[in-house]
Design a binder for this molecule. Sequence first.
Ligand SMILES: [Fe+2]
Length: 200
Amino acid sequence: MKNLTTTDHEKVCLSLVAALCARDVYTRSHCDRVCALAMDLGNALDLRAYDLETLRIASQLHDIGKIEVRDEVLLKPGPLTPEEWEEIKAHSIHGERIINESFLPNRTGVAAIVRHHHEALDGSGYPDGLSGGEISQSCRILSIVDKYDAMTSSRVYRHALSHGEAMAILQKETRTKLDPRIFAAFSTLISSSQPCFAEP
Ligand SMILES: [Fe+2]
């Protein structure tokens, strides 16, 4: 097989994004916002160019595994049963497999971030219960911006929290699940670069 060009790689990425959009428009727009925030935060933390590019693709595709979650679970307006919650949680493993089966050039790195974007520093995350230093900086970045965007967006099953409410929850989670240094950088970034977020 001939080597794929950068344009080809971008097409692979965009095709996966288009598939996700066809399945769930919210997830697509969520991934777009998360990607933009992850890039700003990665730049603020001086990530190397290769790591930044890997994070860009991973953040755009982090929920691609939701393609395999049934509509009645993915779009359910009410609370999930324990079995349904397990089905949702499996999206990170599905996503890892989809990325590994793609032709993306840095798919190993992207797939690892996608698999671990719901891990927590205290080991309470999923799917592997990684803790502390086992969780990469890219996953820590993605975890914070993913949670922030999820909390400040409206879904069928809940209203959006205000910026202040979301930041207070994230701040609290720096004692257990989130990286305090990266959260501090995120807090500085979002309050300085997004004037509309200045209100509580
Ligand atoms: Fe996710």
